[in-house]
Design a protein around this ligand. Structure first.
Ligand code: 13P
Ligand code: SF4
Length: 313
């Protein structure tokens, strides 16, 4: 099966992808599909997540590409953080390599991060690697959040002036931002959430005009899939995601190079998977804590966001 992340180009998303969606949702979809071989058109860490959830399947990426967030931290650096903050729990965002997930107490996605952090037993949380998401969390949880210096080069590039400008020019516009954006941006929007949560929001909203403060392939995807709605915004491309070309997918199908196969040492995979499993446990507990308080996470939590992948027509 060919999985295409929503930040891929339309020729890959709509031309060859069997399913289009967000990173975690696609990996979950793969677990429910009989195919034994998965080509994940996306950055390397997303291929790793698919491999963690589908250990008996062959998982390949069309090209080995990094990500500014995932590349900002290694497993060794997480071990050092643990020594430096012995009383803190360590929560890692899913945009990390397996070696980092393996050293963390729990993983999280952009949809369930608030619930996961809130349910951690520790009062002090080291949140890695996204500094901006970590700062956003300080306003949304009761925990003391220690951040790391990673950022997403796409989402950090948006600024509050762009959001104000769009609001002035399009009265009634609903503005949605990814929580990897700066707090000054998130404070001005109608909704902050990951890819799938944004999709749910636009589909269910009676509003007619939307601005997406995120990678611009998502804007293209929403324009294609919601022809009755007006989607406006600026365009910032992820150079990592866009490094993958249709030819690379063909190579992965016909003549893959050894580095295109995702391989994760067994002990690392076991511990990384434990951190993903912990995420589900904490998410459940965290959601009931937030419900009691009448608060919510960034956007709707899984399973909605884990079920988003859409089969190519
Ligand atoms: P998703 O987890 O929503 O797929 O987002 C991936 C990403 O790279 C965000 O910048
Ligand atoms: Fe990484 Fe940002 Fe690109 Fe996503 S959009 S792959 S977080 S650099």
């Amino acid at each position: 099966m060919i999985l295409a992340h929503s930040y891929q180009t339309p020729d890959i998303m709509y031309g060859v992808g069997d399913y289009v969606g967000d990173s975690y949702g696609l990996s979950v979809t793969a677990t429910e599909h009989p195919a034994k071989k998965i080509i994940f058109c996306s950055v390397y860490f997303m291929g790793e997540t698919a491999k963690l959830l589908n250990p008996d399947k062959e998982v390949l990426v069309p090209r080995v590409v990094g990500c500014s967030l995932a590349d900002s931290i290694s497993g060794e650096q997480v071990r050092k953080l643990r020594k430096k903050h012995p009383n803190a729990g360590i929560v890692c965002y899913v945009n990390t390599y397996a070696g980092v997930k393996a050293e963390s107490d729990a993983c999280c996605t952009s949809s369930n991060v608030v619930a996961v952090v809130e349910a951690m037993p520790q009062q002090e949380i080291v949140f890695i690697p996204d500094k901006l998401m970590g700062i956003n969390l300080r306003d949304m949880t009761s925990k003391r959040i220690i951040t790391w210096e990673g950022t997403c080069i796409v989402h950090e590039a948006f600024n509050p002036d762009t959001v104000r400008d769009i609001r002035n020019r399009f009265p009634g516009v609903k503005i949605l931002a990814h929580p990897e954006c700066a707090p000054g941006v998130v404070a001005l929007v109608d909704f902050a959430g990951g890819t799938s949560s944004m999709l749910d929001y636009v589909r269910d909203s009676p509003a007619k005009t939307f601005m997406l403060v995120t990678e611009c392939a998502l804007t293209d995807r929403f324009k294609a899939e919601f022809p009755g709605k007006q989607i406006v915004g600026t365009c910032i491309l992820c150079p990592y995601m866009k490094a993958i070309q249709l030819d690379d997918v063909l190579k992965a199908l016909k003549d893959p190079a050894p580095e295109q196969f995702i391989k994760i040492p067994t002990d690392v995979a076991e511990r990384a998977l434990a951190s993903l499993d912990r995420m589900f446990e904490l998410e459940k507990q965290g959601k009931s804590i937030l419900q009691k308080r009448g608060e919510s996470s960034f956007g709707p939590a899984h399973p909605t966001s884990g079920r988003e992948p859409k089969r190519r027509p």
